[in-house]
Ligand binder design. Structure first.
Ligand code: HEC
Ligand code: HEC
Length: 204
């Protein structure tokens, strides 16, 4: 309750200020329906267990992650932050989170690759899925990192582009596009880095 009042306080202050300054009538535009979990089987569990300490955005703004991510997240909420989630509700909660905020549903996946294809395939889409590149980079859409097409545009005329991409994959880093950090991927073999790099640079 305290948190809700606090948030309303901030909203009221930011809405009020310009109207005081400009003298124009106050217009209140409510944000789109993001304040609750997506309605689906199990939503009552998420509403009861995941809104105690923070807003739904903490969940809704995550990239589309697989079940292992959500399992780790719920474990962290219980162990680190002492969320009082009964054991019997954990699996049903994971079902709900994966179904509604998981790989398939939280935004369009960058490629239609399914995990069963990944093991054998060396297509760039499959490699991007396997190493998680496309969890953070949409084709056209920034997720955690820049859209792959933006990267292609940045490097279109740069003859050393492939080397720079390889460097980014090996070392990770931040600061070129913003404060977000890309982790290093030393496990990606040089030939796979080249496949990924050629692919990124070919995107239009
Ligand atoms: C007891 C309080 C509490 C409950 C209940 C809780 N969380 Fe959290 N959650 C936190 C805190 C504290 C943070 C970290 C906030 C920060 O760093 O700004 C957090 C952050 C998160 C994040 C952001 C990523 C991260 O790990 O920091 C996700 C995702 C998340 N919670 C999911 C959930 C889900 C799903 C549930 C319901 C199953 C849930 N939380 C219930 C306290 C809670
Ligand atoms: C956890 C999220 C995350 C994952 C996973 C990830 N990236 Fe990134 N990536 C980022 C972020 C954030 C940046 C921006 C870094 C910066 O601002 O310097 C970035 C930047 C880049 C760039 C631009 C480098 C430049 O010089 O401008 C390339 C290329 C790239 N990533 C490729 C990849 C590839 C290939 C993979 C998979 C092997 C991958 N990324 C996986 C988050 C990620």
């Amino acid at each position: 309750m305290k948190k809700i009042l606090f948030q309303l306080g901030i909203a009221a202050a930011t809405l009020l200020l310009p109207s005081l300054v400009s003298g124009e009538p106050l217009q209140i535009e409510l944000p789109p329906e993001t304040a609750s979990f997506k309605p689906a089987a199990g939503v009552e569990l998420a509403n009861a267990q995941c809104l105690v300490c923070h807003s739904v955005e903490y969940v809704a703004t995550q990239p589309p992650f697989p079940r292992t991510f959500w399992a780790a997240s719920v474990k962290k909420m219980r162990e680190k932050y002492d969320a009082q989630i009964p054991d019997a509700q954990v699996e049903p909660l994971l079902d709900y989170l994966v179904e509604n905020y998981g790989v398939k549903t939280n935004g369009p996946p960058a490629s239609p690759v399914t995990p069963s294809l990944v093991a054998e395939s060396k297509t760039p889409e499959a490699l991007g899925f396997k190493f998680g590149c496309t969890l953070c980079h949409g084709l056209d859409k920034k997720i955690v990192g820049p859209a792959l097409k933006e990267i292609a545009t940045k490097y279109r005329a740069d003859p050393t582009a492939l080397a720079k991409i390889a460097e980014q994959v090996r070392q990770g880093g931040s600061g070129k596009w913003g404060p977000a950090l890309m982790p290093p991927f030393p496990m990606v073999a040089a030939e796979d880095v080249k496949i990924l790099g050629d692919w990124i640079l070919s995107l239009k």
